[in-house]
Write a protein that binds this ligand. Sequence first.
Ligand code: SAM
Ligand code: TMP
Ligand code: ZN
Length: 404
Amino acid sequence: MTSCRICGGAVGELLDLGRQPSANRFLSPEEAPQEYLFRLAIGACDTCTMVQLMEDVPQEVRYHPAYRYLASGSALHRKFFAGEARRLLETELTGPDPFMVEIGCNDGVLLEHIAQAGVRHLGVEPAASVAALAEAKGVTVRNSFFDDVTAAEIRTGRGADVIYGANTVCHIAYQDALFRGVDTLLAPDGVFVMVEPYLGTIVHGMAFDQIYDEHVYYFTAHSVRAMARTFGFELVDVEDVPLHGGEIRYTLARPGRRPIRPAVADMLAREQSSGLIERDTLARFARAVAQIREDLVDLLRGLRAEGRTVVGYGAPGKTATVTTYCGIGPDLLPFTCDSTPAKQGLLVPGSHIPVLPPAEFDAARPDYALLFAWNHAEEIMAKEKAFRDRGGRWIRYVPRVRVD
Ligand code: SAM
Ligand code: TMP
Ligand code: ZN
């Protein structure tokens, strides 16, 4: 038993994915023998329902100076965050001298639009590699972790009208210090918007590869509402977002400052009726994950026995989880390709599968491609139409193993 990081309740384990690496710590061959590993397992709190890692990895190991996740890596993400900027500029950032803070601004995919609009902003980003890319786009960046101490240093005047975090809030183990920081920094009528992976997508959509060291929490409307209350805030709106297979945009405000939108009650009811927060559902999910492993390994071994060539496509953080859990190494999958230059020439954490540029995918003319970046399927399949046209087949493993 672990104690809940939010409420101190008992956390019962649900799923153990074994010894795993830090999912975005791509390695050179020389680094591989001393790789950092930990036990990747999740559990649910009996009291507040929060699903969370049983053990976590120190944040300095996860967000190091050469951190390689690039928020601008896909057209889908660029379009979504440009839309978010437009929307915030039209709704929340309309008063005199508005101010917006983004926690985990990464390469500036959102704040570049706020900067272009001439609106006062600050990105708080601990990874120097991506912080420099944001700065090059004209974004003002503070290269540090966000917490209560940083928040006090940032605060000026009435505070921030918007505090925003996308795919970042669930990465922060210390939600108490995070919320103390939000409390210090947020203007009285400001909003704290968080766009985060959804436990419903993971459990109902079988996206078990979203479970990795960076995702300390796996949010639902239930658990976010409870967390907001614990730390003196109120959940006032929820919305579906088409990123990472299906995420939720949660809006939090100080209690009583904003009307609670009907979408909140709707989502709570949906979570209740779909059994999302019940132990039985989560136990069934854990069994189905083991089935995917069996099916995927059987398929890859069968194809190898038939002399077919299979390579990977994409090297998102998710790749480490699925390949390490399934024991898929370079013997079953000689390489994967990825458009992120900083990942090319390195090895996938855990499974040590080489990452090559997409040009190598064409050159290899594989029979099958295992799609790790399944949340970008449409964009990738359109780009790689020639592969399908010459008879190549795509293998997917979410929500179940299938060949298209
Ligand atoms: N917001 C972008 C998006 O949605 O694509 C980037 C998400 S990326 C997965 C998470 C980012 O949060 C990383 O750039 C990481 O360095 C940053 N981060 C992690 N912990 C943080 C903390 N305590 N304070 C601020 N940023 C943090
Ligand atoms: P994400 O799922 O965390 O957004 O990461 C997607 C990964 O897939 C990222 O490393 C970039 C890579 N990718 C390609 O290699 N080709 C593509 O066309 C797209 C959209 C993504
Ligand atoms: Zn709890």
